[in-house]
Structure formats: C-alpha cells, structure tokens
Design a protein. Structure first.
Length: 122
C-alpha cells in the first residue's frame, strides 16, 4: 500500500517535502510491482503456477513426460506432444486387464487398469 498525502485530507496545500514523498512512495510501489512481475516473467501469477515468486522453473515432476526444472511453456509443449503421440497411436499402453486375469493395481495406488473394457483408476 502506498502512503499518499492528499491536500483535501490535509486541509491545506502540500509542502514541497510532502509532494516529494508522494512521488517517492508511488515510484517505490511501482518498482516493487515491476520487480515482482519480472521475477515471474510478467505474464502469470506465481501462485497460479504453484511456484514461489522467485522461482525460475516449475520444479520437478514425478513422471517421465515433463522435464525437470522446465518452464510452464516447456511443460505445455511436452504435454501437447505426448497427447498428440497418444492420439496418433504412436504410443500404446499395456495396462492390466481384469478380463485377461492380470493382477489389478492395489486400491488407492492411483494406477490405471482396464475392467470390462473401461479404463479405471485403482
């Protein structure tokens, strides 16, 4: 929050020092906002990305699709490429299938399996 001395609130003309202080406070606030914006690339809110405002990458991911320490742009590109490969049939899945007598993942594991031709999550 910027502290500004207003003539109407003061009830008298502002002094030269009060004017200078107003401009200095506005500049400090603008500079702080700019620095925060630059720290996250100026295009996205850090909390929306789930990162610290000073972070320069998205951090690590637990899987194999997303590169560790990539940017949000990198990750969207990698997700797009993976989805395109799946939809084109270039990537196939060998999921456990109850109909084949395969061992089904433990409940709560979050692993995918097939049951009656339906994709399910354990």
């Amino acid at each position: 929050m910027t502290d500004i001395t207003l003539r109407g609130t003061k009830g008298a003309p502002l002094t030269h020092q009060e004017l200078d202080d107003n401009f200095a406070n506005l500049k400090e606030t603008a500079d702080s906002a700019y620095d925060a914006s630059v720290a996250i690339g100026g295009k996205a809110n850090a909390s929306a990305l789930g990162t610290d405002a000073a972070a320069t990458s998205m951090g690590t991911s637990p899987g194999d699709i997303l590169s560790d320490n990539g940017t949000a742009k990198d990750w969207f590109g990698e997700l797009e490429a993976a989805l395109a490969a799946i939809l084109s049939g270039a990537i196939t899945f060998n999921l456990p299938d109850e109909a084949d007598g395969d061992t089904i993942p433990s409940p709560g594991s979050g692993r995918l399996y097939l049951s009656g031709g339906v994709l399910k999550v354990a």
